[in-house]
Design a protein. Structure first.
Length: 321
């Protein structure tokens, strides 16, 4: 097959050379990735009219929550958005993947929550992206839940710090992403009280569906008691294996129950996605033409394209109060 003007595209050349009769060869997959990569380079990436405040949360560990935070943030920055990542997980894995120091004793979200430092003092630039900044975590944060338990308005500590920071900041942020720990404690509650949206990564496995119900119940309690403007804006299927029937069944079930918020994009299982943090990088910079990077960029584009609908939904909730 010859492209427009009688010249084969790169994807057509790859497909012609490597494809077999079944159409399921490695070459066909390479051709598909090339076509998707080229489409992303040509895509118009809309910026939201207002800052989107998004907590990435799931109390179940190992679902790709931090990986999703890091790679969506990097994809947004790659497309020109101004992004701030707040690492609320004491493990500090988001800080690691974004190339930011987070050893014990450094200024971190721990100091922000306890009021010793503001976000402006603590945030640092992520190497490789001019428009991506990080408020790093540290292991010190693991004791914060006990230390702030008796403080007044202990659920609003991050919200107050974020409000104070944005009031004095000369920058406009398109996206503020909060990476939550795999729990349902005070740190997660602080995150959910400081944002308008929750993005839930859902692993394409059966047990993920059981954990999802508990998380949705918790979010409902937060909406009732602390943050009535909070919406679940996005669900993203992670660790998706297109070769298995189970992945497809999980995706179909989630889409059936939550059709308006499930992204069409799925994130595949990928060695490169897992390797990238060990080099203090997101997969967006580590393997930019690989399936993981392309999928996360497609997810970021899909989220950006839904901004108008999401912001309108949040505004309607506020007007209804």
């Amino acid at each position: 097959m010859i492209g427009a003007g009688g010249v084969e595209t790169a994807s057509e050349i790859l497909n012609r050379i490597f494809s077999d009769a079944s159409g399921s060869s490695a070459g066909a997959e390479m051709a598909d990735l090339t076509a998707r990569y080229q489409a992303l380079q040509k895509a118009t990436f809309p910026q939201p009219e207002q800052t989107r405040f998004i907590a990435v949360a799931n109390q179940k560990g190992g679902v790709g929550k931090t990986t999703t935070t890091v790679n969506l943030a990097s994809a947004f920055a790659e497309f020109g958005s101004q992004v701030l990542v707040i690492d609320m997980d004491p493990q500090g894995n988001a800080s690691t993947a974004l190339g930011v120091p987070h050893e014990t004793g450094i200024q971190s979200t721990y100091d922000v929550l306890e009021g010793r430092h503001g976000i402006e003092e603590v945030k640092v630039a992520s190497p490789g992206f001019e428009t991506l900044e990080v408020v790093p975590s540290s292991i010190d944060l693991s004791g914060a839940e006990l230390e702030v338990a008796d403080m007044p308005e202990r659920n609003q500590l991050l919200k107050k710090a974020l409000t104070d920071f944005l009031r004095g900041s000369k920058k406009h942020y398109d996206y503020i992403l909060v990476d939550c720990p795999p729990s349902l404690g005070l740190l997660v509650l602080n995150a959910m009280c400081s944002v308008n949206e929750v993005l839930i990564p859902v692993q394409a496995e059966y047990y993920a569906l059981e954990g999802l119900q508990q998380l949705l119940h918790t979010i409902g309690l937060v909406q009732q008691s602390y943050n009535p403007y909070l919406v679940i804006s996005t669900m993203l299927l992670t660790m998706y294996d297109k070769r298995t029937l189970l992945s497809k069944e999980v995706f179909d079930q989630v889409r059936e129950h939550y059709p308006e918020i499930v992204l069409n994009t799925t994130i595949p299982r990928s060695v490169k996605i897992s390797e990238a943090p060990s080099f203090q990088q997101s997969v967006i910079t580590y393997d930019p033409r690989g399936a993981g990077a392309i999928s996360y960029e497609e997810a970021a584009l899909e989220i950006a394209q839904r901004s108008k609908w999401v912001l309108k939904h949040i505004a309607n909730r506020k007007q209804g109060e």
